[in-house]
Design a protein around this ligand. Structure first.
Ligand code: HEC
Ligand code: HEC
Length: 408
């Protein structure tokens, strides 16, 4: 009943707001969407970005996500707008492409004037809202942004991408000027902010709001956990998910997965889950609340040409330390690692099997109980891990029109 009232109130609010907007913007026009589409070659619908979080994630503390939909819609246009780069050839979406789960398929993304970004473009789906959730429950131990986690919030990150000479090559006053010169932003600003003056902070806020909204929880792995935990109480769900997923003390040859299978999983995927939990999950959690290690040296090479966190802190103990990504949609986001050195997941798993080097900063979690950092997986085990990694793919993210390019 309470919800019904809230819903009705929201409807009334929505109707009154939109009517008012249209009167102000364009006398005699009754449809803002139509107007935008006719005049500006934009294909923009105003939709809800509210995200329902499945029970099994709520059980571990996540909450449904709510957004200011008009700001997300505006942020979506900005995210895809090449006018926001110095030579008008690059947008955020050049390096963060929807069909690749918001990575770009290259070792180093293409910036303005034929330049290359310094690192591999990171996938965006779910990254930020899961991080934000983590930040809320664990405060200062939450994962931050970028391969060296040097940025803590999306607004700063957006400013950095816009002004990075290798990415979009702008100054913030120039960004504001470009936005002011496009007629469609006048409409969108009026709708989102109730005014037409454009402030730098608005731009950063809206792009951040859009990036935060990109997410989904409908991978095969999610579906299996949703079905398994389905009807049970929150406490039981928590225990089951923890048991399926969480192994505080990984031992390579044991598996804490006690069920005999998961719904929708074939035997190979299921064995892969066991291997993943035993060898990988302390550092990579597609279910963020279970990730313990946010940054680590995973022993890619002895003399890193990019020192990662070490560049930021100048502490030798941080050399070769990088963010350890959540791996949602990992099958879509290659090439892999901060420098895109591995083209396929098979190469990545081969690296963990036989390629890890004895770097002085190698994270202790990289070693098994015998102290070995090389897992020497069998051919079948390698196949199983790759099969499991594919269960983290989520087509909702790559196909959802609400995250797609709004320019016709
Ligand atoms: C030229 C390619 C390029 C462009 C354009 C670009 N990015 Fe990125 N993005 C990257 C690279 C490379 C990284 C990792 C950089 C690093 O670690 O130093 C990254 C990282 C990120 C991250 C961090 C993700 C995480 O999990 O830590 C976010 C968020 C992001 N970009 C959003 C944006 C937004 C928003 C824009 C537009 C304003 C944008 N990017 C434009 C290449 C690009
Ligand atoms: C001690 C922590 C740790 C463990 C254990 C670990 N990784 Fe990683 N992983 C990392 C870090 C850190 C990176 C990023 C390294 C870099 O780019 O320099 C990474 C990168 C990756 C990537 C590439 C991600 C991307 O977006 O490019 C994949 C895939 C991956 N790991 C899979 C695995 C698998 C599979 C296992 C288990 C066999 C595993 N990892 C075990 C820390 C770890």
């Amino acid at each position: 009943m309470k919800y019904l009232y809230v819903f009705l109130l929201l409807c009334l609010f929505a109707i009154s707001c939109s009517k008012q907007d249209m009167r102000v913007i364009h006398e005699g026009s009754d449809d803002l969407t139509h107007l935008l589409n006719m005049e500006n070659h934009l294909n923009l619908k105003f939709e809800s970005y509210a995200t329902a979080i499945p029970e099994y994630l709520k059980a571990v503390g996540m909450k449904d996500l709510e957004f200011d939909d008009d700001k997300v819609a505006l942020g979506r246009v900005l995210f895809y707008d090449k006018a926001l780069s110095s030579d008008q050839s690059v947008s955020c979406a050049s390096c963060h492409q929807q069909h690749r789960a918001f990575a770009d398929g290259k070792a180093f993304g293409d910036g303005v004037d034929g330049q290359r970004a310094a690192r591999n473009s990171m996938a965006l789906g779910n990254t930020t809202n899961f991080s934000a959730h983590y930040r809320a429950i664990r405060s200062n131990t939450a994962p931050s942004l970028l391969w060296d986690e040097r940025v803590t919030n999306l607004q700063d990150l957006t400013r950095a991408a816009l002004t990075n000479p290798r990415e979009m090559g702008m100054t913030m006053p120039k960004v504001v000027e470009r936005v002011e010169n496009k007629v469609y932003y006048q409409y969108l600003w009026k709708r989102a902010f109730g005014r037409t003056e454009i402030a730098e902070q608005d731009i950063l806020d809206c792009i951040s709001e859009f990036v935060s909204a990109i997410g989904s929880t409908t991978s095969k792995f999610d579906k299996a956990l949703i079905q398994t935990s389905g009807e049970m109480s929150v406490t039981i769900t928590d225990t089951i998910v923890s048991n399926i997923y969480y192994n505080p003390d990984p031992k390579p040859d044991t598996t804490i997965v006690t069920t005999t299978t998961l719904p929708f999983f074939n035997q190979s995927e299921f064995r892969g889950l066991g291997l993943f939990v035993a060898n990988c999950s302390p550092c990579h959690s597609p279910i963020r609340p279970f990730q313990e290690v946010f940054m680590a040296c995973n022993g890619l090479e002895m003399n890193y040409s990019d020192q990662g966190l070490g560049n930021v802190t100048e502490n030798p103990a941080h050399n070769g330390v990088f963010k350890s990504p959540p791996l949602r949609n990992i099958a879509r986001t290659g090439p892999y690692m901060h420098d895109g050195r591995f083209k396929t997941l098979e190469e990545v798993v081969e690296f963990y099997s036989t390629g890890v080097v004895e770097h002085p900063n190698l994270h202790p979690r990289m070693r098994d109980e015998n102290g070995s950092a090389r897992k020497n997986f069998t051919a079948q085990q390698k196949k199983d891990i790759v099969a499991f990694l594919h269960t983290l793919s989520d087509d909702a993210i790559t196909q959802d029109e609400r995250f797609s390019n709004p320019f016709k």
